[in-house]
Ligand binder design. Structure first.
Ligand SMILES: *Cc1c(COP(=O)(O)O)cnc(C)c1O
Length: 714
């Protein structure tokens, strides 16, 4: 083991994403060549390829770097081999048959653009926490070689989308091979022939993620492009991607010899998966369709993610027959039987086929992603269980959380290491672990936050400079960007998908008032916006355009900025550096939201509508609420009222508290809220707690309830 060269050790580290949530390991890669690191989107596989090997040997012989690499490598080995994890103790029942976690997107790192937003980041954080906790779990997804689009905005503020082709060999992907040394190829048949896919393995710490890829020679040119883009193409592309993810995903696991004990479907995209499991059970165990459905559903867990109707895939009968017809025949349920599984009322021929309905009908355990979303989802889907009262609808909730090591700034972590118990990061789900936050002195917490905020502002100016250069701005104009954003000014961040219900422009309802707040001599406010609109969402793009145009107006220039191409990297800078994180969706449409939770960890305060996770998080003093959670049937009235409430809470609370300074220029009351926010929220809204809840409340019951091996029938 110790014979390995430094280059080999670095190369092995680069092939497992574990490095990405270890600040010490990340900084080794960065320090090899900081400009190169940054230009390669923080991709260590590329870095090691591009950086001259001889030069690396010389660099690595430097005493300090050498020992740091050895130390990192040893820590990684220990991590991979460790026993007595939380999972060993609490999830032993999963044993050699893991939980399989299906998701259409995974947001793991900026260099792997196989995610678009919150759903993906949630899935990525789930895998990382499952790895940290030692849960037997595998991920299943698709490899999109063009990924999700990169965003720019043109002169008029209109969003432009660009895709680029990624070579999988520049990523930490291994092609999965058979024992004979051939690539594993799976296929899914449609009415018009089969679609084939190979399988890539991506190691996320101890958790393998299997990604199916149709870009192989067995396919027609058209099918080779099937998995090119995330959420690209039309309904037909969508259903073809979804049979790959669900049916193909189960076949890929079978080809690898993996028989999952629990199937967790993260959103309805993968809901065809249970149908394939049913087929296998019928064939292998000679079960009837009904018995196989019952057994398969018993091991199924389904997480629904949005009350917004457009977020639930629907397909017409023709598309379903073309793509799932052959499977339905093998199941002996034929077209109408299959359609019935995707309809609330199986007999209603006017109902299209809904993936969410299919998921509910094929998994016995279902959950929403916050307490309020649970209430909303039970109401929304009550007609699936017409004989039950609303409280008895079997949809529970597990509130989303974020992976602490991924989102916590390393400077913050240094503070936490000092005041929290030893190895606190292994017990982030326990409330008492976080009590030590109160032992931070106001000065050190404020200084650390201020330095992260400075870093954000420098970073924002750099991105603005790149944006301006692309538009051929003059040197003088580019020079001016260096005075954009003031580190002493109260800084509010807003970054999320530009879906209309998120109302990015709510704060602009009264522009005169906003102008006054932004230009106040003594107590000014500044805003940083970012976010993408879905390529087909012109309404979202129009909202984005309004914001971009505002940033160009003389009264707002340099005080309201828009940063293009929101991704995990930009997200990390924002959540670590802002004073306040603004979230103003139209209640109750935000199922959970997680970006505000990342802000909590880094000492920022949330200013949010009482929706999603914030409705159960806000206690009156650990941040700020916009309004009281009332909903008005008239959308226009609700928007107006929320807009007024937003300005009011800014004027009456946020701004005065921020600028209320003592003789050392410290905002004591603000700092008190920062601490309270971390102490009361950090332990609840993190991904370790989330994964432990899934294990205890869904995986273990699902694993136990109908595993034939364990239940002796009377
Ligand atoms: C965390 C994150 C999200 C999800 O945050 P929301 O609060 O749901 O908007 C989306 N995109 C990126 C890049 C993120 O890091």
């Amino acid at each position: 083991m110790s014979q390995k060269s430094i280059h080999e050790k670095l190369s092995e580290l680069s092939q497992n994403l574990w490095w990405s949530w270890q600040p010490e390991v990340t900084s080794i890669f960065r320090e090899i060549d900081p400009p190169l690191w940054s230009s390669l989107s923080h991709n260590p596989v590329l870095l090691l390829r591009e950086y001259d090997a001889d030069k690396l040997e010389v660099r690595a012989r430097e005493e300090v770097l050498h020992s740091r690499i050895n130390w990192a490598y040893r820590r990684w080995q220990e991590y991979m081999d460790s026993h007595n994890t939380w999972g060993d103790v609490h999830a032993g029942v999963l044993g050699h048959r893991p939980a399989a976690y299906f998701s259409a997107e995974f947001g793991l790192h900026e260099s792997l653009r196989i995610y678009s937003g919150g759903l993906g980041v949630l899935a990525g954080d789930h895998l990382k926490s499952a790895s940290d906790l030692g849960i037997p779990l595998v991920g299943v997804g698709l490899f999109y070689h063009e990924g999700y689009f990169s965003q720019s905005v043109d002169e008029t503020g209109w969003q432009q989308e660009a895709y680029s082709n990624v070579d999988p060999t520049t990523l930490p992907l291994k092609k999965v091979m058979t024992e004979q040394g051939e690539p594993v190829i799976i296929s899914v048949e449609t009415r018009h022939g089969s679609i084939y896919a190979c399988v890539w393995q991506l190691d996320v710490g101890r958790v393998p993620l299997y990604l199916l890829d149709t870009n192989i020679k067995q396919n027609s040119e058209e099918d080779r492009q099937l998995t090119a883009r995330l959420y690209g193409g039309d309904q037909r592309t969508r259903i073809r991607q979804e049979i790959m993810l669900g049916i193909g995903g189960v076949r890929a696991l079978a080809a690898l010899g993996i028989t999952p004990r629990v199937m967790h479907m993260n959103e309805g995209h993968s809901a065809f998966a249970p149908l394939e499991v049913i087929r296998m059970r019928m064939k292998r165990d000679g079960l009837s369709f009904d018995d196989a459905l019952r057994e398969t559903a018993a091991s199924g867990v389904f997480t629904t993610h949005t009350p917004v109707p457009a977020g639930h895939d629907r397909f017409d009968g023709g598309l379903i027959d073309e793509h799932v017809g052959p499977l339905a025949e093998e199941l002996g349920i034929y077209h109408e039987g299959l359609m019935g599984l995707g309809r609330v009322d199986p007999q209603n021929v006017n109902e299209s086929f809904c993936m969410t309905v299919l998921a509910f009908k094929t998994s016995r355990r279902a959950n929403a992603v916050s307490n309020l979303h649970g209430v909303v989802s039970r109401r929304m889907w009550r007609s699936l269980w017409p004989w039950r009262s609303e409280e008895e609808i079997p949809i529970g909730h597990i509130t989303n959380g974020v992976h602490v090591p991924t989102w916590l700034a390393s400077q913050m972590r240094v503070l936490y290491d000092r005041v929290l118990p030893e190895k606190w990061y292994l017990r982030t789900g326990e409330s008492r672990v976080w009590n030590g936050i109160d032992n931070l002195t106001p000065g050190e917490l404020w200084e650390t936050h201020q330095s992260l905020k400075n870093r954000l502002i420098v970073y924002a100016r750099r991105r603005l400079t790149h944006q301006a250069e692309r538009y051929g701005r003059t040197a003088k104009e580019i020079d001016q960007l260096q005075s954009y954003l003031d580190p002493r000014t109260l800084t509010i961040g807003f970054a999320r998908r530009f879906a209309p219900y998120k109302r990015a422009d709510l704060v602009m309802r009264d522009l005169d008032l906003l102008e006054k707040l932004v230009n106040d001599i003594e107590k000014p406010v500044q805003f940083i916006f970012a976010g993408k609109a879905h390529p087909a969402d012109d309404h979202g793009k129009a909202i984005l355009q309004r914001i971009v145009r505002m940033t160009q107006e003389p009264h707002f220039k340099g005080k309201v900025v828009f940063l293009e191409d929101y991704d995990i990297n930009l997200g990390r800078h924002l959540v670590q550096g802002v004073d306040v994180w603004l979230n103003n969706p139209r209640r109750p449409l935000e199922a959970s939201g997680t970006s505000g939770q990342k802000v909590v960890l880094n000492g920022g305060l949330n200013l949010s509508i009482l929706d999603g996770w914030w409705a159960e998080a806000f206690d009156g003093q650990n941040g700020f609420a916009i309004g009281t959670g009332q909903i008005h049937a008239n959308q226009e009235i609700q928007d107006e009222r929320d807009g007024d409430d937003l300005i009011r809470v800014l004027e009456d609370e946020v701004i005065p508290v921020y600028y209320d300074r003592d003789h050392d220029d410290l905002p004591q009351e603000w700092i008190r809220r920062m601490k309270r926010s971390v102490r009361t929220l950090g332990w609840r809204f993190n991904a370790d707690r989330q994964v432990m809840d899934y294990v205890r409340e869904t995986y273990i019951p699902a694993a136990g309830s109908l595993s034939c091996e364990m239940v002796v029938m009377p």
